[in-house]
Design a binder for this molecule. Structure first.
Ligand SMILES: [Zn+2]
Length: 210
C-alpha cells in the first residue's frame, strides 16, 4: 500500500522498462476501483503484476504509480532472493530445527532448468537443487521446498515416514497449497518433485529422488 502523494518524474526514478526487467514481469494489469480512494497497491499474480489504483486517477498519475509500484515490488523481490550461500545456511538451520537426525547437505543451489519440479535431491551425493521459479516467493514457501528436499536425505521416497518428517515444518500444508495454486494459475504442470526417475541423476546407480 502506498499513499499517492503528488510526485514528479525525475531522473533518479527508474523507467518502467528498468523496473519491469528487474522483476521479470510478463505483463502489467492496471485495475481501477471506485471504492479505492487513496491507496495504491500491487501484487504478483502468476506471471503478471496487478496494480490497483483509485478510479479517479489521471492517465499521467497512472503511469507514475505503475512505475513506483513496479519499483517497490522489484525491491521486495530482490530482498526475497537468497544467494546459493544463503540457501545453504538456511538449509543448515532447517536441518537443525526440524530434521535433527540428518547432517546438512553437501550443497544447495538454484537451478534454472529444473523443468517441472520445484526442487530435487540426490541422496547419494547429498546435493539439493531448487528451481529458480521459487525466487521471489515468500520465505516460508522456499523453506518448505528446502525441508522437503532435505527430508529426502533421510527418506528418498514419498513414504508415510517421509511426510511425517516434512510435516514437522509447521507451514508444510499451507506451502503445498500455495505451490499448487501458483502452478494452477500459470497452467504449469509443476509438481513438488517427480516420483518418476528420468535417469538424469541415476548414472551412479544410486536411488534418485526428486
Ligand atoms: Zn519429493
Amino acid at each position: 500500500m502506498a499513499n499517492p502523494a503528488p510526485r514528479r518524474r525525475s531522473e533518479a526514478h527508474p523507467s518502467p522498462v528498468t523496473a519491469r526487467a528487474q522483476i521479470d514481469v510478463g505483463q502489467v494489469e492496471v485495475r481501477r476501483s471506485r471504492r479505492r480512494r487513496r491507496t495504491v497497491s500491487a501484487y504478483r499474480d502468476g506471471d503478471r503484476v496487478v496494480v490497483l489504483l483509485p478510479a479517479r486517477m489521471s492517465k499521467d498519475e497512472e503511469r507514475q504509480w505503475v512505475d513506483v509500484m513496479l519499483e517497490r515490488l522489484a525491491a521486495q523481490e530482490r530482498r526475497r532472493r537468497p544467494s546459493d550461500a544463503e540457501l545453504m545456511s538456511r538449509a543448515r538451520l532447517l536441518c537443525r530445527r526440524y530434521l535433527g537426525e540428518v547432517e546438512a547437505p553437501a550443497s544447495v543451489r538454484w537451478v534454472f532448468n529444473q523443468g517441472s519440479r520445484w526442487g530435487s535431491c540426490t541422496p547419494s551425493d547429498r546435493t539439493v537443487r531448487l528451481s529458480s521459479r521459487l525466487r521471489g516467493m515468500p520465505t516460508w514457501v522456499v523453506d518448505y521446498v528446502l525441508v522437503h528436499e532435505l527430508a529426502h536425505l533421510i527418506e528418498p521416497g514419498h513414504t508415510p515416514r517421509f511426510w511425517e518428517l516434512v510435516r514437522r515444518y509447521p507451514h508444510a500444508d499451507r506451502a503445498r497449497g500455495y505451490l499448487e495454486g501458483v502452478a494452477a494459475a500459470a497452467s504449469l504442470p509443476l509438481s513438488e518433485c517427480d516420483d518418476e526417475p528420468d535417469g538424469a541423476e541415476t548414472a551412479d546407480g544410486s536411488p534418485r529422488s526428486g
